[in-house]
Design a protein around this ligand. Sequence first.
Ligand code: PLP
Length: 439
Amino acid sequence: MAFKSFFGRGRDEAPTPSIEEPDDVGAADDLDIVTEPEVAPQRTWQDRAELVLPTGASTGSKRAAALYAESAADDLPTHFASAVGAMLTDANGFQYYDCTMALGAVALGYAEPRVTQAVIEAAQQGNVAGLSNWREVEVAERLCAMIPCAERAQLLKSGAEAVSAAIRLARAYTGREHIIACGYFGWHDWASNAPGVPASTKALVTRVPFDDIAALEAAVTNAGTALAAIVLEPVVERAPSQAWLERARALCDASGSILVFDELKTGFRVAPGGYQEVCRVTPDLAAFGKAMANGYPLAAVVGREAIMNAARDSWISSTLASESTALAAALAVFDWHDEADICATLADTGREMRAAVERGMAASGITGVSIHGLDQMWMMQWSDPLHESRFIAEAMREGVLFKRGAYNYSAIAHDESVILEIERAASAAFVSLREDNQA
Ligand SMILES: Cc1ncc(COP(=O)(O)O)c(C=O)c1O
């Protein structure tokens, strides 16, 4: 059955498909896991979402406004029906190559066959029961073997949970409360300034700028003996200086506080053991997730035995933390990393992706945009946000989804033919933007 006719419903008018169906896409017709969206002839999935989900999407970065900006054109999709390799198929059957890789949660590719097979087998054997699944032990053992700081591990479901667990452990171990933080750590109270967070909670966290040694030293001095932890996202739009990370390590050692690395984006992407494996500064605790289970919900807090054992006196627990499908996905991911240098391939592929976009920029003569970041996680920075939104929309119409205002992530599934498509779509979008600007 043609994909388009199978899914060609659920909105008023379907957009014109803009890319050719690649040869291997026919395989998607055979996928039992694709479910038919419910018929809703007069409304888009976005319309329906806005009526029942307060922000339109449960993941902030997948709101229409986040994807395409407030001026989002109505023809752009907000919901997918299937995702295989580097390609997603929207709820109307139109296909797009994806450079966002689900906010970095996927590094191998969508529906990677070995991961999918492992998940199916685990599900068939029962996802949960009244006992822990054996895979929990194996995942913890393998994390401890792969991650420099990991002597113990505890599993959770989301990145925010894993970093919050690290903060809980640091506070329990030190008996102190103040946190110095740099990065994004999810939506939980301790890490947020949003309405609804108690002022007393916010007062316990000092934010410091990325890679700024003087600011870090001043914050440590101000916190004094109340300092429980310094928690850093080691890469924020670029690699940090070695001196910043080493100073953070030394300041923690001198003050008796805990150094935490949030490796949600960097773990199993820049190296299996995260940025700590690259920079050789070993934190006391670290949080992992995202690419660790190639898109299945699994996260972990790992670290030094004595600090992790503070979990015995405190409380960190989640009903589904050890459900077997995500654990099986992680084990399949670990096997991939054992068999091949996945992170080196992610770096090579990311380098080619960004070079493809840079060629499009150069050929179009566009100005006001440049590319930053690591090859595995790179981003476009625009001097004019309106130009960015127009580029993102135009590239999507050309069949490629780029991330607005945040990282694009490489995946093993971004092969040569996908990179050619990325270059074609980016070039066309840059040219269209430049022509609009000149008109
Ligand atoms: C560095 C970092 N930490 C924590 C989080 C929160 O993870 P989650 O959204 O899975 O709760 C994210 C999510 O993007 C992240 O990038």
